[in-house]
Design a protein around this ligand. Sequence first.
Ligand code: UDP
Length: 253
Amino acid sequence: MARRKKIYEGKAKDLFEGPEPGTLVQYFKDDATAFNAEKHDTIDGKGALNNILSEYFMNGLTQIGVPNHFIKRLNMREQLIRSCEIVPLEVIVRNYAAGSMSKRMGIEEGTQLPRPIVEFSYKDDALGDPLVPEEYIIALNWASQQDLDDIISLALRVNDFMSGVMYGVGIKLIDFKIEIGRVWEGDFMRLIVADEISPDSCRLWDIKTGEKLDKDVFRRDLGSLTDAYTEVARRLGVLPGNVANAPKPTIVH
Ligand code: UDP
């Protein structure tokens, strides 16, 4: 791998300087974390699977005109992306109650919601990514009302796309998280889908059996995470060869 500057080190991904201005290389690691990184493990093949799955979903979004950061996949673990300024929010869309919503509201996991719900958490590990009302976001100037409306409509488009794609392969999209970035084109600012879309950031249940095919397998010790993600990739027809032996991270100075 050519030597290049690391821009950001995340829990599951690193970002490197890209080959051209305005681009970055996103490197998918095999690290899995949960509960604000209290639980941590290395899972062979996870990085390569998420790289290929995120490519698949972002390309699909491009096809239907949902702007996103993806440019092209470079290899098993890396993709070229557009550099953007990340809005410090986790945008969560829920179709069925699960996880923190079930806990907070006492609604049984798997209960279908009357309509998709979009909610926001403030991306701050020290605070544990707290849920934030829209009013905070506007009052604290993280996004304008117009931005928020645009973010909600992007999130709902992603939801319809992802729900449909998953339904086609016998999987129920329970909920997911996306991140949004800002890019400037001249004087215009545009909001785009950034980060990743993968089983790390979605809840995916087999429609027939209810089997979990997402990061809850790791969070809740339900079996092999690689097997679950491999099954998602297999059903979508994007299973890469030999993911467990994809090259490991290389230290770059
Ligand atoms: N999620 C995520 N990153 C986070 C928090 C949540 O990708 O830091 C995803 C999670 O995988 C699920 C959805 O967002 O698909 C809703 O998560 P929830 O709020 O229920 O939180 P959790 O139960 O994971 O703490």
